[in-house]
Structure formats: C-alpha cells, structure tokens
Design a protein around this ligand. Structure first.
Ligand code: TYD
Length: 207
C-alpha cells in the first residue's frame, strides 16, 4: 500500500529511539503529511490488548492465543489509525507490523510461518506495507549494548535462542523479497543509524 512504511528489528536494537528521531526530523523539516504509530497498540482498544500481551504475569498465555491477540490488536489499529491516515493521503510510519508476527510467533514461537502468514492475511487483507525498514543488529549485540533484557516485558524476557530465531527469520524474509525491504545497519552510533535511515528514505522517495 503506497505510503505505508513499517519499521522492524529485534528487541533492543533502538527501534523506538530511531522512530522518535525520525519523527523529530520530520517535524523540523516540515514534513507535515506523516503519521507515526506503533504496534501492538497505537489506538485505544489496541492499547488495552497490548497490556494483556506484554504483561509478564501472563506467563500461561498459549502461543496461539498470543498470535491471535497480536492480530486482533492489528485489525483494530488498522481501522482506527492506519486506514484513515492513508485515505487522507498521509505517509504512515508504523513501528512493527505483520513481519513481527511472522518472525516472533511464526518462527520464534515455532507456530509456523505459513500459519501466521495466513492468519495475518485474514487480518490485514490488502493493507501490506509499501516498504519495511529493517534495523539490522543481532540480538547478542542489541542486548549487550542495552545491558540485558527488560524483565518486566514478557517478550523481551524470552531466551536468547528465541531472539536468534527471530533475527534469522527477518533475514530469511528479506532474502525472499529484497525489493520490499530497506535494510539499515544499526551497529554504529545512534546518530550514524539515524543518518543512514534518512538517506535511505530519501533515496526511495519516501522523504
Ligand atoms: P515493545 O515494547 O513495543 O518493543 P519494541 O520497542 O522492541 O517494539 O514490545 C513489542 C513486543 O512485541 C516485542 O518484543 C515484539 C513483540 N511482537 C510480537 O511478538 N509480534 C507482533 O506481531 C508484534 C507487533 C510485536
């Protein structure tokens, strides 16, 4: 879908920080026609679903339940935020989207990529991103830079092998369809990554 850009990466890569910097950059440089949002959550009902998903107390949640909750949050967020913005001709930057489900639930949890692709196809229909930015940093590098995982976050709390499957999953998806991805080396300083991201978005005509 034209103007729909999603941003992906493993936990701890600095995705939230980079998205905030990108938002600041857009503000400073007069890009008014942009909307920044995030998943899971991003709208009222979707945020309520987010709380259930990420609550460390919900350790008994089944993997399939988790997959459906992410999809449920996605449907609501699409309807409330993404579709109206795209219809108004805005560029939407969404922090995480279907690719997170493919790799976290499909490959990380091991539910199977095909199953999760099918579930999400049902949830989002034609609303697939024009491009997906991938902030490329391995989980080992990400967690060592950050000083460990956030123990209050049920997903971040998963073991390192889980996060390695997620990382390999992203790499696999990029290999399958390279023209849909904008891969950004996120191993340098925050400023370097920010500059790489801006340059890449300009090159694609998104900014
Ligand atoms: P969040 O605190 O937003 O992390 P981040 O800043 O890294 O995006 O938590 C989102 C968590 O949910 C993150 O661990 C990835 C996970 N997730 C999935 O497992 N499947 C999904 O479909 C989505 C959108 C996120």
């Amino acid at each position: 879908m034209k103007g729909f850009i999603t941003i992906e990466g493993c936990d701890g890569v600095g995705k939230t920080y980079q998205t905030t910097c990108l938002r600041e950059y857009c503000k400073k440089n007069g890009y008014d026609n942009v909307v920044f949002t995030r998943e899971p959550g991003g709208s009222d009902i979707a945020e309520q679903i987010r709380k259930i998903i990420l609550d460390a107390k919900n350790e008994k949640m089944s993997d399939l339940c988790e997959a459906f909750l992410y999809s449920a949050s996605r449907i609501q967020h699409l309807q409330d935020i993404v579709i109206p913005a795209l219809n108004a001709g805005k560029t939407v930057f969404c922090d995480r989207y279907v690719h997170s489900s493919y790799v976290y639930q499909g490959l990380g949890r091991g539910l199977g990529l095909d199953k999760i692709v099918a579930l999400n196809q049902l949830a989002v229909g034609e609303y697939m991103p024009e491009y997906t930015v991938f902030l490329d940093l391995s989980p080992e590098q990400a967690f060592s830079r950050k000083g460990g995982a956030d123990k209050t976050d049920r997903m971040e709390n998963a073991d390192l092998q889980f996060h390695q499957r997620v990382y390999q999953g992203y790499k696999y998806l990029i290999e399958q369809d390279p023209s849909k991805f904008i891969v950004i080396d996120a191993s340098g300083s925050c400023e370097q990554t920010h500059q790489r991201l801006i340059d890449a978005l300009k090159e694609k005509g998104i900014l």
